[in-house]
Design a binder for this molecule. Structure first.
Ligand code: ATP
Ligand code: MG
Length: 434
């Protein structure tokens, strides 16, 4: 029995080892053949000098189809021809699984496939190191987010993804059959994380799926995404929520730059860590920037994709990647946001990253009567929200929070062109499989 190793740990002087992986490429040069064997960590070379290898072994291993999975035992030799500085001279191998021919998608081919073809064959696509790197970075990102919130005293919670009503009501809900009743998939944990503020769990976070029945086919919308939500009590204003997000994002950017250096190099990307504090623009300032930039928006209008881009360009010219847009008109924001009394504005904000919204948040309305009044103003029936409103009747601290789409954050960090690239198995109006 010899030691089972991965490609990254094989070194000269190891003697005989076993390595396992995918046959990425075979080059038969007559007297000698080379196999590039790929595992999670990299590619190791198997070298087969015809004269020195058992003919039967030579014959069968050099005929393998690309991407077949094998387990190979052989002696480690020094090599100045390979990246790892080693090669393995096989003495035995086991074919674990033979790959069919032709492959639905190349792993090492230089021609880049359409995103749709890649997503249809995601199991092949992720074999590419630069694609795998995106998901390794996503995992690190979540770890860093958790580090940042936990060190700030947040408790991780899980709220239901099936319920009787959505966070904001409206048309973006997926209806599902729930025995004899209708139920809806959660579009956000909004109502539940607010209910939790009345329990004394005064800082909570959740990282989980959110579902939106959005028909739009854009490069930044999917019907299922991972939302990183936080809610915190005892705040005095929404700026405290912004400061918390800023601290978290800063920790993530710095951490990924360091921990993800190898993956970032593979992708040919660099992460820039913006100076703090991030600038805070008001909605009204943005409206002026947008209209000076050629649009014709009126007070109360949504900035929209175009508007967000114009503000993004304006901020890029000042060297700012990340910035808050605060004090949106109350009309443009959901019922649970606190109004700025005596003005048409609200204590809400978005965080934008190079011209795209990645987060929305704000101070919530914690006063029962005002909350009910806001619901009615938005055309919602408070009776539909009894389970939520009850939590506001018996002692609710002032609170605020945010929701960040983690794929939007990743897309902007890595400068990817489509949110689907940051999701292993994306869901959109046209895609339910794989
Ligand atoms: P947008 O206006 O960009 O569609 P939104 O304002 O409707 O976003 P929110 O309800 O504020 O979105 O959700 C909070 C965050 O969740 C957003 O800032 C974004 O990062 C993310 N998000 C929302 N909808 C989607 C979606 N369909 N796909 C991916 N991420 C989303
Ligand atoms: Mg929003």
């Amino acid at each position: 029995m010899c030691e089972i190793r991965d490609s990254s740990t094989v070194k000269v002087g190891d003697g005989v080892v076993t390595v396992k992986g995918w046959v990425q490429d075979i080059r038969n040069l007559g007297g000698i053949s080379f196999i590039a064997l790929r595992d999670r960590y990299g590619v190791i070379q198997l070298t087969l000098p015809k004269k020195k290898i058992d003919p039967e072994l030579f014959g069968s291993i050099t005929k393998l189809s690309r991407e077949s999975v094998i387990s190979v035992t052989g002696e480690v030799k020094e090599s100045n021809q390979t990246e790892l500085g080693v090669e393995i001279i096989p003495s035995a191998f086991v074919l674990e699984s033979e790959a069919a021919v032709p492959l639905p998608l190349g792993v090492i081919d230089k021609v880049s496939a359409e995103l749709d073809t890649r997503l249809n064959n995601r199991f092949m696509d992720v074999r590419k190191p630069e694609v795998k790197a995106i998901f390794e970075l996503k995992s690190m990102m979540v770890e860093l987010i958790e580090e940042a919130v936990r060190s700030n005293g947040f408790t991780q919670v899980y709220t239901p993804k099936i319920g009787a009503a959505g966070a904001e009501g409206g048309a973006e809900l997926f209806k599902v059959k729930y025995f004899e009743k209708d139920a809806y998939l959660a579009q956000s944990p909004q109502l539940y994380k607010q209910i939790l503020m009345s329990t004394g769990l005064d800082r909570v976070f959740e990282i989980g799926p959110a579902f939106r029945a959005e028909h739009s086919n854009t490069n930044r919308h999917v019907t299922e995404f991972i939302s990183f939500d936080g809610e915190m009590s005892w705040i005095e204003n929404e700026e405290q929520v912004m400061a918390m997000i800023e601290e978290i994002i800063d920790h993530v950017l710095k951490g990924l730059k360091e921990k993800g250096a190898k993956q970032l190099a593979l992708l040919g990307k660099e992460i820039t860590v913006p100076a703090r504090p991030y600038p805070i623009l008001t909605y009204s300032e943005c409206l002026k920037i947008v209209n000076d930039g050629g649009l014709d928006l009126k007070e109360g209008d949504d900035l929209g994709t175009e508007g967000e881009k114009i503000v993004g360009d304006h901020m890029a010219a000042k060297g700012c990647d990340l910035y808050f847009i605060a004090e949106y008109p109350e009309e443009a924001k959901p019922f649970y946001i606190m109004e700025k009394d005596g003005t048409p504005y609200s204590f809400s904000f978005d965080l934008d990253y190079r011209g795209q919204e990645i987060s929305s948040g704000g101070q919530r309305e914690h006063r029962y009567d005002k909350l009910v009044a806001r619901m009615e103003k938005k055309g919602l029936d408070p009776k539909d929200f009894g389970f939520y409103l009850d939590a506001f009747k018996y002692g609710m601290p002032p609170h605020g929070g945010w929701g960040i789409g983690i794929e939007r954050l990743l897309v902007k960090m890595l400068d990817l062109s489509n949110i689907r690239e940051a999701i292993l198995f994306p869901r959109d109006p046209a895609r339910l499989a794989p």
